[in-house]
Design a binder for this molecule. Structure first.
Ligand code: CA
Length: 252
């Protein structure tokens, strides 16, 4: 139902990223494009660290501000960003999941879907405070209000989670055009129908998720990246915890 697309995505060289721009036609889409292109510059870089990743998100923020300085008509543009990259942690290679704003990264493993990222949004704060339930958040009039975006002079921290490699796990990165139309249970159902952890065709799953979100209303741009991991990296450590743990966060 949207005449133009303010979302952007890149997937290459062990780096996966989705961004959802705001600021109107020819501005939101500029901001989201700058963000995914900046993060994708890390693709294929060996020995990537969490600090590198956080620094590059900060770089994306600076480039958006530079673009506004150069083109005042773009004033106010911003973007969310979420993504996934292979980083070298203390015990070997790990997945680093990051976000700013309300674009999400989910992880599907052992037949269950879990949201890894925590939205930076007004409704998430209300849920955290116990004022509304997650179900009420889905229909709350303020559900589109994000509390942290790229494109603001003082970028607050980038949240990062480190996850051990696990053969067969599937990551779903998406803009809120997916998560506003489909519940977590519906997304989980689509992954399960697709074969769950023996999933091989990530493209088919991404296509199906978008199709179902459009069918459910498609009130916003819908962008999805599906990452299906065939096995653990060769030098991976054994998973020692199922729970995502928060890495030190950085500032930019
Ligand atoms: Ca959106």
């Amino acid at each position: 139902m949207r005449s133009h697309n303010e979302d952007a995505a890149r997937a290459e060289g062990g780096v996966f990223v989705v961004a959802d721009g705001m600021g109107g036609h020819a501005a939101g889409e500029v901001a989201s494009r700058i963000a995914v292109d900046a993060v994708a510059e890390l693709a294929g870089r060996p020995d990537l660290s969490v600090d590198d990743l956080v620094a590059q998100v900060g770089e994306a923020n600076r480039r958006i501000l530079d673009s506004v300085a150069e083109h005042p008509a773009r004033s106010g543009m911003g973007t969310t960003v979420t993504g996934l990259a292979v980083v070298r942690g203390e015990g070997g290679r790990e997945w680093a999941v990051f976000n700013v704003g309300d674009s999400r990264t989910y992880r599907f493993a052992d037949g269950r879907l879990a949201q890894v990222t925590v939205d930076h949004s007004h409704v998430q704060e209300l849920v955290d405070s116990g004022i509304i339930t997650p179900e009420q958040a889905r229909w709350h009039p303020g559900r589109n209000v994000v509390t942290r975006v790229l494109g603001r002079p003082a970028l607050r921290s980038v949240d990062v989670w480190l996850l051990p490699p696990q053969p067969g796990q599937v990551f779903v990165l998406c803009s809120d055009g997916l998560s506003n139309e489909l519940t977590d249970a519906e997304i989980e159902g689509i992954l399960t129908e697709a074969g769950g952890e023996v999933l091989v065709d990530a493209q088919a799953v991404a296509d199906e998720l978008v199709r179902r979100a459009v069918e459910a209303g498609g009130r916003d741009n819908v962008t999805v990246v599906v990452v299906a991991t065939g096995g653990a990296p060769a030098d991976a450590v054994a998973p020692d915890s199922e729970a995502p743990r928060e890495a030190p966060t950085g500032h930019a």
